[in-house]
Design a protein around this ligand. Sequence first.
Ligand code: FES
Length: 108
Amino acid sequence: MTTSHHQDRPAGETGPRHAGHVVGARPEPGFEITVDGRPLTAVPGQTIGAVLYAAGVRSWRTTRFDKRPRGLFCGIGVCFDCLITVNGEPSLRACQTEARPGDEVTTG
Ligand code: FES
């Protein structure tokens, strides 16, 4: 069975998600994703929105009619301003989508 990008969970993880496992943690080694063919480094647990923000990218799409720039706005999954395509799966929220090694992100 194939699951979509945003539904994957680590093996053995069954309970509710929480951030307690990162208290006092050090980042694991980074890995590469590409954004419109540009290689960017991500760390485990980092969202694609955070990867873009850390790389200095503040907008990655435009509104349909006025062509106004959009990127992270709410950062919590409410506004849908941060939509991206990951590995061909469209309309994912960058602020809610965890980067995974080799992800191919397209914007626009
Ligand atoms: S920044 Fe608002 S949904 Fe992602």
